[in-house]
Design a protein around this ligand. Structure first.
Ligand SMILES: *[C@@H]1O[C@H](CO)[C@@H](O)[C@H](O)[C@H]1NC(C)=O
Ligand SMILES: *[C@@H]1O[C@H](CO)[C@@H](O)[C@H](O)[C@H]1NC(C)=O
Ligand SMILES: *[C@@H]1O[C@H](CO)[C@@H](O)[C@H](O)[C@H]1NC(C)=O
Ligand SMILES: *[C@@H]1O[C@H](CO)[C@@H](O)[C@H](O)[C@H]1NC(C)=O
Length: 308
């Protein structure tokens, strides 16, 4: 396989070379690089091994603590995917965005022309400027959004920041201090705002049609990854290559690990941490608070999710 690919790549040193095997539209786009966003002189130098760095043809836009790392790792099981390893923060950080698209390209992995480049930056979903910026780069781009129960996401968001402080030997207030103000739910807590999915989704739908945004059910992906990943394969027009035996359940960890040509890997231990114990009355308030925004979200995307 590798030898064939190398040969093919050397035959067509031009990045415009269309792969000889049947290519669905997204892959054709990936291969020809004729996207409308290709502003002026983006430089792409082809390496002798036939790979090059290209703008992503799909982006995992969020949500923070939704399972974006798990999704990226699972998607990377597919040989036609090339994933940026770290979160690029191009569209949401001004100091990165001002570097321009050439800088963005330089952050991408080297890929073969038939591969789809993907990057994930969970903060994109909730950053108001990002949808328009992504649109200006490529209005045809396919977007991936992974969501989970908004209440669980709030607790996970808090837990992450709590552990970040612990690691630096810093104190961090209890979750109640963020969630409660004057005896009421503190809806100004940022983590709560990030879970108002309909609010952020509206910004994206101003620029992208719903069928260009695939929503992955993060709660399902963790419990039973394979069916969710098959849907992503289909959305990206990938050939069905990932199979059930790429996943195995690790009882000690309590969730799935990945098996990739004999190589096993589990997610970093910071994933799937236990959440803080929250007063049941407070938890019920959170569930109640999200009921209406969730309903709005379901109407917006024409689909329901099994959330509290
Ligand atoms: C191709 O070359 C690039 C640049 O040196 C390198 O980063 C990449 O790992 C190589 N890819 C393969 C598949 O050999
Ligand atoms: C959520 O935060 C944004 C700013 O990031 C703000 O414009 C919006 O009004 C907030 N939503 C609610 C319901 O508080
Ligand atoms: C699943 O995919 C792996 C490659 O990742 C392959 O070796 C294996 O034969 C496949 N299994 C089935 C049942 O298709
Ligand atoms: C399962 O998870 C435990 C705990 O993280 C780890 O030590 C072990 O290596 C894992 N086993 C397999 C087969 O992945």
């Amino acid at each position: 396989m590798a030898v064939f690919l190398l040969g093919a790549a050397l035959l067509f040193v031009q990045p415009q070379a269309v792969p000889s095997r049947p290519a669905a539209s997204l892959k054709a786009e990936a291969a020809t690089q004729k996207e409308p966003f290709r502003k002026g002189d983006l430089k792409e130098s082809v390496h002798l091994n036939g790979t090059l760095q290209r703008l992503p043809q799909t982006i995992i836009i969020g949500v923070r603590k939704g399972g974006t790392r798990a999704l990226l790792e699972m998607l990377s099981l597919h040989p036609d995917m090339a994933a940026a390893e770290s979160e690029v923060h191009f569209f949401d950080w001004e100091e990165h965005y001002s570097n321009g698209l050439q800088w963005y390209v330089s952050q991408m992995p080297f890929s073969y022309p038939y591969q789809i480049t993907v990057e994930k930056t969970p903060a994109y979903f909730t950053s108001p400027k990002v949808p328009e910026r992504v649109y200006r780069m490529n209005k045809l781009i396919r977007l991936l959004l992974i969501l989970r129960d908004p209440t669980e996401r709030v607790l996970s968001d808090y837990t992450q920041v709590f552990f970040n402080h612990m690691q630096k030997h810093k104190l961090y207030p209890s979750i109640e201090e963020f969630l409660v103000k004057d005896g009421e739910l503190n809806i100004n807590y940022k983590a709560i705002n990030r879970s108002l999915y309909y609010f952020h989704m509206q910004n994206w739908l101003k620029y992208f049609p719903l069928d260009h945004i695939h929503i992955v059910d993060g709660d399902k992906l963790i419990k039973d990854p394979f069916p969710e990943i098959v849907k992503v394969e289909r959305f990206l027009n990938l050939s069905p290559q990932i199979n059930a035996s790429n996943f195995y359940f690790n009882k000690t960890k309590g969730f799935y690990c990945l098996r990739d040509s004999g190589r096993d890997r589990c997610l970093h231990e910071s994933k799937g941490r236990a959440h803080p114990k929250v007063d049941p009355i407070l938890l019920e308030k959170l569930h109640g608070y999200f009921r209406e925004p969730n309903q709005k979200f379901f109407e917006l995307v024409g689909r329901t999710f099994d959330w509290h």
